[in-house]
Design a protein around this ligand. Structure first.
Ligand SMILES: C[S@@+](CC[C@H](N)C(=O)[O-])C[C@H]1O[C@@H](n2cnc3c(N)ncnc32)[C@H](O)[C@@H]1O
Length: 347
């Protein structure tokens, strides 16, 4: 694996959220993941069986932790259950009986921590056993339902997303040309930071913004932008030009992402483009930012469905997803802070 270069805002993001790496690592220790791999590599299905975990949840977790040199993954694209997992020089130190084991240090840290920490740790292990998200386990709700009932938190989430978008939008506007578009629709665009930035740079483009009703209710109205309340999981209003999806598909399992893409396609017109701004995962490149994003999606959305996601996807996974929904992937591009996948609705 080669070392990847991540931009400073991503490094800062990783520092703020690094606890997610520690908590998932602790959960894997308590479930025996490292000890079961001590004798050699195992297919993910067998590892899940031996550790009593939910296979897809464990797989997403190990994909995330592999970016921190804890696991090597030999992917099997045809049958993800047969992807092979092995330990690394780093994670050998977490095996109980290894020569230079650090498990005694880990045990001391656990004993020294509070009861509240222990309860939280148990919840993370439960997430890996059940495939449910931390919101389902701790609060009995899906993430967006939980937010909707707490409008102050929901508004803070809009702002948090907008703050994460700043560098991305800067990169998108510097490197990406929308001049051929007459209409642009940002699907699930939160408070509209991206579409607003694009409209400011391109005075001839008209825009639409879709999101949940409460999110749309908080959007500041502006000329050339129509903000429309809708649930993209059910149906979408007409999309007259090109569409944009930024950081949406990674929070959905493949089956759900497929439904969303089909809805988007039904609302679009042949010949138009769909720009998907997400991170493209590459098994050959260790990237802590991609690792943390993977773990974050697992934490917040769990691992519903029977196939891939939520989490960051490889180019092959994007191609399969788009193909199934009737889009054709025409191009991918890396823009420092985010990647873009350009798909077309074939004529
Ligand atoms: C992770 S945020 C990303 C926001 C924005 N695209 C960005 O990149 O900053 C996800 C957004 O998708 C919206 N969203 C998620 N599922 C949705 C659905 N089923 N229908 C409408 N909006 C949805 C959320 O309300 C939220 O604003």
């Amino acid at each position: 694996m080669t070392e990847s270069l991540i931009v400073p805002y991503q490094t800062m993001f990783c520092i703020l959220d690094y606890r997610i790496v520690s908590h998932f690592t602790e959960a894997c220790i308590s479930l025996g993941v490292f000890d079961h791999l001590a004798m050699g590599s195992l297919p993910i299905s067998e590892l899940a069986k031996r550790t009593g975990t939910h296979e897809r949840s464990l797989h997403r977790c190990l994909r995330g932790l592999s970016h921190f040199e804890l696991f090597n993954i030999e992917p099997n694209h045809r049958c993800p259950s047969l992807s092979t997992i092995s330990l690394t020089d780093v994670s050998q130190h977490l095996v109980t009986n290894s020569k230079f084991s650090l498990r005694a240090w880990h045990t001391f840290c656990q004993l020294a921590q509070s009861k509240a920490h222990e309860q939280r740790r148990n919840l993370w292990a439960q997430l890996l056993r059940t495939g449910q998200s931390i919101y389902q386990l701790g609060r009995g709700q899906l993430f967006y339902d939980y937010l909707r009932e707490r409008q102050e938190l929901a508004a803070a989430f809009d702002q948090a997303m907008a703050s994460m978008s700043k560098v991305e939008i800067h990169n998108i506007l510097q490197n990406f040309d929308f001049s051929r578009s007459t209409h642009l629709t940002e699907i699930a665009g939160g408070n509209g930071t991206l579409i607003t930035g694009i409209l400011q740079q391109y005075p001839d483009i008209r825009g639409q913004l879709f999101d949940f009703p409460d999110v749309i209710g908080r959007v500041v109205s502006q000329s050339r932008l129509e903000a429309i309340a809708t649930n993209i999981y059910t149906a979408l209003p007409n999309i007259p030009g090109d569409g944009i999806l930024k950081r949406i598909l990674h929070s959905y399992a493949d089956e759900q992402a497929h439904t969303i893409l089909k809805n988007v396609k039904n609302a679009m017109h042949p010949g138009n483009k769909l720009y998907i701004f997400e991170l493209i995962e590459d098994y050959q490149v260790r990237n802590p930012y991609v690792g943390i994003k993977n773990l974050q999606m697992l934490l917040v959305h769990g691992a519903p469905g029977a196939s891939g996601g939520p989490g960051e996807r490889t180019q092959t996974e994007f191609t399969t997803l788009l193909d199934k929904a009737g889009f054709e992937l025409v191009n991918t591009q890396s823009l420092q802070s985010i990647d873009v996948i350009v798909a077309i609705y074939p004529e």
